[in-house]
Design a protein around this ligand. Structure first.
Ligand SMILES: [Zn+2]
Length: 173
């Protein structure tokens, strides 16, 4: 466990802040060291006005024993993001990263082959945004080596501009 109070400096946090990327050893407001975590029911609202919905998530909420400020640290944001992914039935950030690692590809190489943007991949893998259902389906297909090598061969042959190159078609489709 890293207990470096310096990490809490110069970050003002609100409990609804989506990018809590640090764990706090001291209060981000009053700098007192006594932070306690308790599991609390947290109602998360999402969607546009017309399709607004609410899900209930149990989160480890941090509370300062000195000033009473409550906030979500990095761990809680991760729990929240994973709960949202489960709710929407899409891959979690670590599962997306695993797909890329199956192919031993850097984010840049993965982006080149899939035509997904590197910035989007970064956001999905770090829990800063959630992929659409369509991209989620696409990512699931990319788990399979044959699909990835198919994309790589399309990419290569389109680069080489060779019209007489027929990509292998998996027969079990
Ligand atoms: Zn405080």
């Amino acid at each position: 466990m890293n207990r470096t109070p310096a990490m809490a400096q110069s970050h003002s946090k609100t409990r609804s802040g989506l990018n809590g990327l640090e764990s706090y050893a001291s209060c981000p407001v009053c700098r007192a060291p006594g932070i306690t975590k308790t599991l609390q029911d947290y109602d998360y609202e999402y969607g546009e006005e017309k399709s607004r919905a609410m899900i209930n998530i149990q989160l480890p909420v941090s509370e300062c024993s000195a000033c009473g400020f409550t906030f979500l640290d990095h761990e809680a944001e991760k729990v929240k993001h994973n709960a949202l992914c489960r709710h929407f039935g899409v891959l979690r950030p670590d599962e997306i990263r695993d797909i890329r690692r199956i192919h031993k590809m850097s984010r840049a190489a993965f982006a080149r082959a899939t035509k997904l943007s590197e910035a989007s991949l970064h956001r999905w893998e770090n829990g800063l945004s959630i992929q659409t259902q369509a991209n989620d389906q696409y990512l699931r297909l990319l788990r399979h080596t044959e699909n990835m090598s198919h994309l790589n061969s399309v990419h290569r042959s389109s680069n080489a501009n060779t019209a007489n190159h027929r990509p292998a078609d998996p027969s079990d489709h």
